[in-house]
Structure formats: C-alpha cells, structure tokens
Design a protein around this ligand. Structure first.
Ligand code: PMP
Length: 359
C-alpha cells in the first residue's frame, strides 16, 4: 500500500478473483466459464469487424444491443441497462440506491463481491443466516424494509428460489431495492424478468460471462423499471460513459441473435451436471442440488482444502473457499464431458491416495 491510500481504504480487503491459469495446461473448473466455442455468427462478426471503427467512440446508449435484448426478454429498451460485466451493476446499484444510513441485506453464504462493494461504499450490511442445507428461506427476507441482494441461483451453493418466492420478497419490501443477480439463471432456474413491470423496486442483473461463454468480452446488463434504469445510467454516465467497447457491443449483438445456440449449450451443461452429480454421490460426496453451471460438494472423509490442492497438483483447478462453514466444500464448474471425465478420473486418484494413507 502506498502512503497515499485514503484512510477509509487502508485496511480494505478487496475481492479475490479465481485463479486465471489460461495457458492450456490446466483443466479449468474454477470460475464457471463455458467450455463451448462462440456461435458461428459471433465468430463471423469478429472476423468482419472493421478495425478502423476503433477510432470512434462506441454508442453510449447501446441502442442496437438494447433493442435486441428487449425483444428477447419481452420488455422495452428503456428497461435495459448495459454494463461492463455484471459486477458493475452491483457496484452502480449500491452507489445509486443505498443511503449511508441504510443496509444491504444478503445471505450469509453468497457471492463475496456483495460484501466488498458494500464496504467500498461504506454502507452497512446484514448477512442473513442460511436455512437448512445452506438454503435461503424467503420468509427471512420479507418485510425487512431494507435493500436486498440475492443471487438466484445462489453462489456458491447453486440452490435456486422460485419466481413466486422472489415475488413475495419484492412485494414485501416495496420501498427498497431488491436486486436479483441472475448470473447463473440459464442453467435451470426461473427468471424474474417478467415481474419487473409489476414491481418498480425489482432489478434483475444478467451476464453473458457464463451461459454465453463471453467472460472475456465483459458484457452484463440489468433489467428493471424505466426509472431504476435511468438512475443507473446517471451513475454510469458519471463514472464511465463509454463502458462497453465497440468490439464487445458488436459481438454481444451476435450473441443475442444466436440465442438458440446458447440455449442448447446450457441444456448440455445441465445434462452433464446431472451425470457428474450422480457420479460424485457414488464416490461418497454430499452434493447440493444445483441449478447453476457448478456444483458445491463435500466428501465424507477428505476435506475440501486437500482435494483442491491435490487436484491442482494434477492440473485440475476447482474453487475452494477457506472459510467456515464452507471450508469442507469445493465448488466445481461444469465443463465439457471430456473435462468432467478428466476431473472425475483425477478425483478418484486423489481419494484413493488419501484413503490409503488413512488405513
Ligand atoms: N454474480 C455472481 C453470482 C457471480 O458468480 C459472478 C461471477 N464471478 C458475477 C455476478 C459477475 O460476473 P461478470 O462480472 O463476469 O458478469
């Protein structure tokens, strides 16, 4: 830390991103990326991209992309906010909607970025304890009269609430923001985008990083009432008016045009997930039922830290959170069938060595 860091940030704990080992030597199952190539139209759009256009600023309104997204979701373009990845939405939403004397409420076990953003903006947080099996009891979030952020499906558990359960949360906190982070919704959960016309406090955030395999392209968006979107835009224009670069904007348009291709891939992930879960159970793992492109699992006798380390030695990367009460678990992204076979194979090796050393 330099001596210039302001006092408020001197002990600041920033978010720790997953390890990005992208030289091809690792089977990378740690940051929930897609194993599939881009749709043909996306590859074509990149090949056709006119580099000369990079001289010019991108359209700060993102009109074409917003129109396509709006048509896909059955809302108006004014209901859409574009962002450089969906982490930015959480940041802008806390900046725009949470007063210093208010709280941001979220589940105790969830995406750790929520904590970091709240701390960055110096707002209070309330972490609601989990219900049975790390689930979220929607009743715990009703009538709080506070701002609420819930990932649905939740991370890192993969458990999802139904649209009706989220409706109750939004309806019972009418004077506060209810932000539903749908980063992983495409792998089997229910979206609440159709509810945005009924609840003007409901903001839904989405990303192309997971189901559309566009983590490197950085495209997120939020869907909500026109007024919420206009407030987010005020904040965004005051921080980074050209937040989506021209290349990502063009490719994102091609992604929306290729939605069928990405839906098929999401279905393939769900099928692989089912197969992997069954296999893990047969190997002595407790598997939390996931609606996301990852699974959160714990072995009966080998702890999460050991499994993570031993897999890494074998060039398989998974995610381990070294904090109670989830330190026994590992989170494993669902990749291609080939990647998952390799993972299972290496995992069997790790378990057999560990079990032999116990005997
Ligand atoms: N929400 C959740 C729950 C996530 O796990 C992630 C990915 N780390 C994000 C949002 C942000 O993804 P991105 O910024 O790539 O859109």
């Amino acid at each position: 830390m330099s001596r210039f860091m302001k006092k408020a940030f001197q002990d600041f704990d920033s978010y720790t991103p997953g390890e990005q080992k992208n030289d091809g030597s690792y089977c990378k199952l740690n940051t929930n990326e897609s194993p599939f190539p881009p749709a043909p139209a996306v590859v074509q759009a990149l090949a056709d991209f006119d580099a000369d256009m990079l001289r010019l600023y991108p359209d700060p309104t993102g009109r074409v992309l917003k129109e396509k997204l709006a048509a896909m979701h059955g809302v108006a373009p004014e209901n859409i906010f574009l962002s450089n990845g969906s982490d930015d939405i959480i940041n802008f939403a806390v900046l725009a909607f949470v007063d210093q004397d208010e709280e941001v409420v979220f589940p105790e076990i969830s995406y750790s970025f929520y904590d970091v953003i709240a701390a960055l903006h110096g707002v209070n947080v309330r972490r609601i304890p989990m219900a049975e099996g790390f689930s979220i009891d929607p009743e715990d979030y009703c009538d709080l009269n506070q701002n609420i952020v819930i990932a649905n499906p939740n991370a890192p558990t993969g458990l999802a609430l139904s649209s009706d359960q989220i409706r109750r949360i939004a309806a019972s906190n009418p004077d506060h923001l209810v932000l539903i982070d749908e980063a992983y919704v495409d792998f089997g959960a229910e979206t609440v985008i159709p509810l945005i016309n009924e609840y003007d406090n409901l903001l839904v955030s989405r990303t192309f990083s997971k189901y559309a395999g566009f983590a490197g392209g950085r495209l997120g968006y939020a869907v909500g009432s026109k007024d919420l979107i206009s407030d987010l835009t005020t904040i965004q224009y005051s921080t980074n008016p050209y937040n989506i670069n021209r290349i990502s904007m063009r490719l994102a348009e091609a992604i929306v045009d290729s939605d069928d291709y990405y839906r098929v891939n999401a279905g393939r992930i769900a099928a692989t997930r089912a197969r992997v879960c069954e296999k893990l159970q047969s190997m002595g793992f407790e598997v939390i039922p996931s609606k996301a492109n990852f699974v959160f699992v714990r072995h009966a006798s080998v702890d999460g830290g050991t499994i993570y380390e031993e897999l890494k030695k074998r060039f398989v990367l998974v995610r381990h959170f070294d904090k109670a009460p989830i330190s026994d678990y590992i989170r494993v992204s669902i990749g291609s069938d080939r990647q998952m076979d390799l993972f299972i194979n290496k995992l069997q090796e790790v378990l057999s060595i560990n079990q032999a050393s116990e005997e």
